[in-house]
Each structure stands twice: as C-alpha cells, then as structure tokens.
Design a protein around this ligand. Structure first.
Ligand code: 2PG
Ligand code: MG
Length: 421
C-alpha cells in the first residue's frame, strides 16, 4: 500500500534505435519518486494493433511526436495529477476513460504506452520494489531467451523474406548459460556468413544481414554454426523463425516466396521441408494475419514439434486470443505492450492466453530504446520466452543485461522449461 500521488506528468521527444523520434514520459510523485517510460515502435505491425500518433508531413519522415507531446500536456497530465498509485491499474483506467477507441487512436498508442509504462515504474519505485515484483510478486522462474542471429524482412529491406532467424537454448537452465551459448552461436554464424558472402551488415535488431541469401541457406549455416560451438542442434539449441508472413502475402492467402506465388497449402509444404531439414522448434506468424485457414492448418500440422506463435493476428488482445483458440489457431501468444496500449490491457491478454494453456513470449519491437522495463514484464508475468532481438546493440543488450542482473540477484531462479516435451 502506498499513499503516493502523481504530482507531475511530463513528455518529451527522444530517439529510438532506428534514429526515429519517439515519446518519453516521466511521472513524478509527491514522495519524490519518478517513473519513466518510452514507447517502442514496430515496423511489421498488425492492422489491429494500437495506432501510434505521429505528426505526419515531410519532417523526420512524418514520424515526429510533437502532437503526442502536446496531448500528454493538455489532456493526460491534468487527468492524472492527484491520482493515487495505491492501485496498480489506476493510471491505465484513466487512460481507458480518456480514450475509448479500441485502437487507441484517440490519444495515440505511443501516448498510452509511454504513460502506462512510466506509471508501472513509478508504482514500483514508490513501493521500493522492482517492477517485476509489482506485477507478479516474488518470481519463481525466468523467461527463456529467444535471440535473433540473422535479420530479414521489414527489418532488412526485404532482402530475405523471412524476418527473424533466432536461436533458443533448449536445455540451458540459467540465463547466464543460455546467453553464453547464444553469443558463441551469434559469432559462429557471423564467421560463416563472412566466408560465404563476405562482409555483411546488421539488420534493425542487430542480427547479421547477409544480403540476398535464401532462407534455406541461412537455416543451413545456422545449423552448422550451432554445431561449430559444440552444441547439438535441435537438442541443446533450436532455431526459431518469425516468418512475419503478413509482409509477403495477401489476405486471400497467396504467398510471394522469392519469384513464386504459392497458395497457403503450397507455402505450408515449404515450411514442412524446413521443419524436417533443420532444427526448427518455433514459428511465429506463419500465415497472413487474415488468412486464418492457413494458420489453422499450420497449427494442426506442426504443433507437436513446434511452438506456433501468433503476433500480427493476435496483437496482444485478450478478445483476439480467445477467438483464435475457438478456431484452434496458434499454440502460443506473443505479447507486446504497445500493441495493446497499456500494461493492464497486455496483462489481460497474458491472462487469457494462460487460460488456454498457451505459452507466452514477451517481445520487444524492432524500434527500441535503452528502456529495459520489458524484462520486468516478462519476469513479472512468468513468461515462457523473452524476445528482444539480437545479442548486439545497446537497445538489445540493455534488456539482456537486466535479465542477467535479475538472475544474478536471485541465484535460485532457473529458466522456465521448454514448453514442448
Ligand atoms: C515482430 C517484431 C520483433 P516489429 O514482428 O515480432 O521482431 O517486429 O516490432 O517490427 O513488429
Ligand atoms: Mg512478429
């Protein structure tokens, strides 16, 4: 219980990892504490996720947030000053009242997200506890890292149509051990890419960007690179893909794969080959967000060996998760606070997924900042997996290093077991 009340709400423009403006909000309390939140931004977004408020026009690609800052000052701050932080959801309830739209288009999803995250941190600070404890009490486990090693899709000019090529340590029991394996694999993949295509850059989330390599070539070199480190592919470390299929397909289920156009079923045949040829243990967004028939068939076909994670079609919405389970689509839910617009709304999605026995993956966005509160959300909600991009670049390592610090303080916390036996 705390008697602290909000005394000031301030918003400013800061910069994200793509060099784009984004919104930072600070909430000051009358006991002298402060919470800060920064809105992240996606590139491959679902059509039903919360809509960011951007200025539009020519300047900064239309991405500036001056109108969002103005809204915080004119609408949000006056409504929040004086609000007690004794209830964890008090601020989110005010935000829901100020903007009753389903996609947060009244205030802007970046406004509600930054305010809600700032309120979570402020609420934890006034109680002198970490934010994860405010969400979930004393943790009993830590989320398993799912880490990008090669980036593609909307994060790499579409040069490889698959968006995220990731690895998941399957048998590591500690965060430190899992991240050490990932770092060795990341560098082993880098060495193999240099040998194959010469110098390569990095994509938006810090994964290697080897230009035009085909997905099969990337899967092949990742499998070999896992072996290079002495680990057994598919046993100790698995490959996880975010196909982000909405980006290369159409609503009526046509998949543009390289120069070919496949039906949903033909596309599933391609995935089926990947699953049998390589140690693929999880696939996110296998189908267009509106192509529920293909999502449905993919889940039926692969769920025994792979996690089928829903992102663009579920957009961290309790209602859409419920609907997807009625239709037997997806076996796990991706959770991104800025898709839902508030911590409370994202938590409702987490609870809904849990009710259906779905593992949850708490995820960052491709446009990120040094804000590491995401790790607290993942720990506080007892997420099965945490996805923050690669193990390079400060906006990513800010999160991994927060996980390392939590693990270091709570030495008996082990990683949650891999959800597929
Ligand atoms: C995703 C995320 C992270 P974005 O699709 O899961 O990889 O990308 O933030 O661009 O939606
Ligand atoms: Mg995704």
């Amino acid at each position: 219980m705390t008697h602290a009340r909000i005394s000031e709400v301030r918003a400013r423009r800061v910069w994200d990892s793509r060099g784009r403006p984004t919104l930072e909000v600070e909430i000051d309390c009358d006991d002298g504490t402060r919470g800060r939140g920064i809105a992240p931004a996606g590139a491959s977004t679902g059509s039903r996720e919360a809509l960011d408020l951007r200025d539009g026009g020519e300047r900064l690609g239309g991405m500036d947030v001056l109108t969002a800052i103005e809204k915080v000052g004119r609408i949000v701050a006056p409504a929040l000053v004086g609000t007690s932080l004794s209830s964890r959801s008090a601020v989110d309830e005010v935000l829901d009242r100020l903007d009753e739209t389903t996609n947060r288009s009244g205030l802007g999803g970046n406004v509600t997200t930054a305010v809600s995250l700032a309120a979570l941190v402020a609420g934890a600070r006034v109680r002198r506890i970490p934010a994860f404890e405010l969400l979930g009490g004393q943790p009993s486990s830590l989320p398993r890292p799912e880490v990008q090693v090669v980036g593609g899709g909307a994060h790499a000019l579409g040069t490889t149509f698959v968006q995220d090529f990731m690895v998941v340590p399957l048998t590591a029991t500690t965060a430190a051990g899992a991240l050490e394996q990932v770092a060795e694999i990341y560098h082993a993949v880098g060495r193999r890419i240099v040998k194959l295509v010469g110098p390569a850059g990095v994509a938006d989330e810090g994964g290697h960007w080897p230009g035009e390599l085909r997905p099969e070539a990337i899967l092949e070199l990742m499998t070999l690179a896992i072996g290079d480190t002495g680990l057994i592919p598919g046993v100790e470390v698995g490959i996880s893909l975010d196909l982000a299929a909405t980006q290369f397909s159409t609503e009526d289920g046509r998949y543009h794969v390289g120069k070919q156009i496949f039906s949903g079923d033909e596309w599933l045949e391609v995935l089926s080959e990947w699953v049998s040829d390589y140690p693929v243990v999880a696939m996110e967004d296998v189908a267009h967000e509106a192509d529920s028939a293909t999502a449905d068939r993919a889940t039926a076909r692969f769920r025994k060996t792979c996690l089928l994670i829903g992102d663009d079609a579920l957009v961290t919405s309790a209602a859409l998760i419920r609907e997807s389970q009625r239709l037997h689509q997806y076996s796990a839910a991706l959770i991104k606070v800025n898709q839902a617009g508030t911590v409370a709304a994202a938590e409702a999605a987490v609870n809904e997924a849990r009710q259906h026995g779905m593992p949850i993956v708490v995820s960052a966005r491709s446009g990120e900042t040094e804000d590491a509160v995401l790790v607290d959300l993942a720990v506080g909600w007892s997420a099965d997996l945490i996805k923050v991009g690669s193990i390079t670049r400060g906006e990513r390592t800010a999160k991994w290093n927060r996980l390392v610090r939590i693990a270091d303080r709570y030495t008996d916390l082990k990683l949650v077991g891999w959800p597929i036996p």
